[in-house]
Design a protein around this ligand. Structure first.
Ligand code: NIG
Ligand code: FE
Length: 403
C-alpha cells in the first residue's frame, strides 16, 4: 500500500490519549497515511522513514488538525425561513413563531412537499460547504417530515449524502421534533405513532433517536417513552435538552441512558454534576445562541466538571443556519469561554465520542485519515480569524478532497 507523508507541519493537533496533544511550532510535525488510516503521527525528527522516494506533502509550516466532527445538524430540509429570522430581528420570539404555526411547522410543510432527490440534493449542497470548511463527519437528523413516509425519505436523503460528498454520515431519527399540526388535538396519538409505526420503519435507516424535549415540543414523560422505545429497535438515544428553558431534559437524558444531551443553555450546577456522573456527552451548539441572541451554554464549567464536551453547528433553517465548524469554534472560545484547545478538541474528538465513533477525531496509528491542513501556522488562528475559511486542504479517508 502506498504511503503518503505530510511533513513540515507547523503545528499538529493529534488528540492522542484523549486530550489535546499539540506538537508545536518549534518541533515540526509529520503525519503518515496508508489507505484510509493514519499509520504514524509525531515530531518530524522521529519519523521512522526516510522521506526520499516516499509520496510527500510539504506543509510549509501550516497547522494540521483532525477533520471536524459536526455532532448535531438538521441538514435535511426544504423551504426558506429567512423571513422568520428577519421578524426575530424586529422583536418576534422564536417560540412565538412556532406556537403560531410557523417555525418548524413551516419547514415541515415544505419538506413534505419535496422529493427524495430534492432533499438529498439540498442536503448534499450543505454537506459540501461543510467539507470545504473542514468538516469530515456529519451527524444528520430527520425531523421535518413528521409523518412516516417523509421521515423515511429524510433519513434516506441523509444517508444518500455520503454517496455525493466524501464525508462520514451518522443519522438520527427525530420524528419527535414537534407534534405536527394534524395531531394538535391529540398529541398522545402522535407519540403512539412515533413509538409503534415510525420507529420500526426507520430502525435500519438511523443510528440514533433524538427527541426535542423542551417548551412547545415534547415533555419529560413523552421524551422518556420515545427514547425507551427507540432502544428496543436498536436506536441509541440522544436528546435536545434545556435549550429554551430549564425543563428537566437532563434527567431524562440520564434516565433513558442517552449518549448525548444537546444544547444545554439553561443548566444548573446539580445538572452539570449529574451529567459528569452519568457519563453523558454534552453537545454544545453556540451558533444557536448566536442566532437567537440567547445566553451560551456553560461550556467551561462542563469541562471543569469532567463532562465530555462536543460541539456542533446545529445547522438548521430556524435557529442556526451555519455550515462552519470554524465559526462554531470561534463562538465557543470568544463567547462561551472555552480555551482554544478545549474548543478544537470538542469540535473533533468530543464530537467523535458523542457519535460513538472512536476511530474519528484524533490522529495516530489506527485513526481514520480525516484531517485538515489549515492555511495558518496554528489552530489558534481559527478563533482569532472568525468568518474566514482557513482550509488549505482537506483529507477524508486518506484521500485529498479539498484544495
Ligand atoms: O436544534 N430545537 C429544535 N430544533 C432545532 C430548531 C429547528 C427549527 O427551528 O427548524 C434546534 O434549534
Ligand atoms: Fe438541534
Amino acid at each position: 500500500m502506498s504511503r503518503l507523508v505530510l511533513y513540515n507541519i507547523g503545528e499538529l493537533v493529534t488528540n492522542a490519549a484523549d486530550a489535546p496533544d499539540v506538537i508545536g511550532r518549534h518541533a515540526p510535525g509529520a503525519l503518515a497515511v496508508e489507505g484510509r488510516a493514519v499509520v504514524w503521527a509525531g515530531p518530524e525528527r522521529d519519523l521512522p522513514w526516510d522521506l526520499a522516494g516516499a509520496e510527500t506533502l510539504d506543509c510549509e509550516g501550516r497547522a494540521v488538525v483532525p477533520g471536524f466532527v459536526d455532532a448535531h445538524t438538521h441538514l435535511v430540509f426544504a423551504g426558506d425561513r429567512s423571513g422568520e429570522f428577519g421578524a426575530r430581528l424586529g422583536g418576534r420570539s422564536y417560540e412565538d413563531a412556532l406556537a403560531g404555526g410557523g417555525g418548524i411547522h413551516h419547514t415541515v410543510e415544505a419538506t413534505r412537499a419535496a422529493t427524495l432527490e430534492q432533499l438529498r440534493h439540498s442536503a448534499a449542497g450543505r454537506a459540501r460547504r461543510m467539507l470545504e470548511h473542514g468538516t469530515t463527519t456529519i451527524e444528520i437528523k430527520s425531523g421535518y417530515g413528521l409523518d412516516t413516509a417523509a421521515e423515511i425519505r429524510s433519513l434516506q436523503a441523509a444517508r444518500g449524502v455520503a454517496n455525493e460528498v466524501p464525508v462520514n454520515v451518522v443519522t438520527t431519527f427525530l420524528g419527535a421534533h414537534v407534534v405536527p399540526f394534524e395531531f394538535a388535538a391529540d398529541r398522545e396519538a402522535y407519540v403512539r405513532l412515533v413509538e409503534s409505526e415510525m420507529l420500526p420503519a426507520v430502525a435500519d435507516l438511523a443510528d440514533f433517536c433524538d427527541v426535542f424535549c423542551d417548551r412547545g415540543a415534547f415533555d419529560l414523560v413523552e421524551a422518556y417513552r420515545i427514547l425507551t422505545a427507540a432502544k428496543t429497535y436498536g436506536l441509541r438515544p440522544r436528546i435536545h435538552a434545556n435549550e429554551l428553558g430549564s425543563t428537566g431534559g437532563v434527567q431524562v437524558a440520564i434516565d433513558a441512558g442517552a449518549v448525548s444531551a444537546d444544547h444545554l443553555i439553561h443548566l444548573n450546577a446539580d445538572e452539570i454534576a449529574d451529567l459528569a456522573q452519568a457519563g453523558v456527552v454534552a453537545t454544545l451548539l453556540p451558533g444557536t445562541s448566536f442566532s437567537l441572541r440567547e445566553p451560551y451554554a456553560p461550556g467551561a464549567a462542563l469541562f471543569e466538571a469532567g463532562v465530555t464536551v462536543a460541539l456542533g453547528t446545529d445547522c438548521n433553517p430556524g435557529t442556526s443556519y451555519t455550515e462552519s465548524m470554524q465559526f462554531v469554534i470561534a463562538l465557543a472560545v470568544v463567547q462561551m469561554g472555552l480555551t482554544p484547545e478545549q474548543a478544537v478538541w470538542a469540535a473533533t474528538r468530543g464530537g467523535a465520542l458523542s457519535l460513538q465513533r472512536p476511530e474519528l477525531g484524533w490522529l495516530g496509528p489506527g485513526a481514520a485519515a480525516d484531517f485538515v491542513v489549515l492555511d495558518a501556522p496554528s489552530f489558534l488562528h481559527i478563533p482569532y480569524r472568525p468568518a474566514t475559511n482557513l482550509v488549505w486542504k482537506v483529507f477524508s479517508s486518506g484521500v485529498q478532497v479539498v484544495g
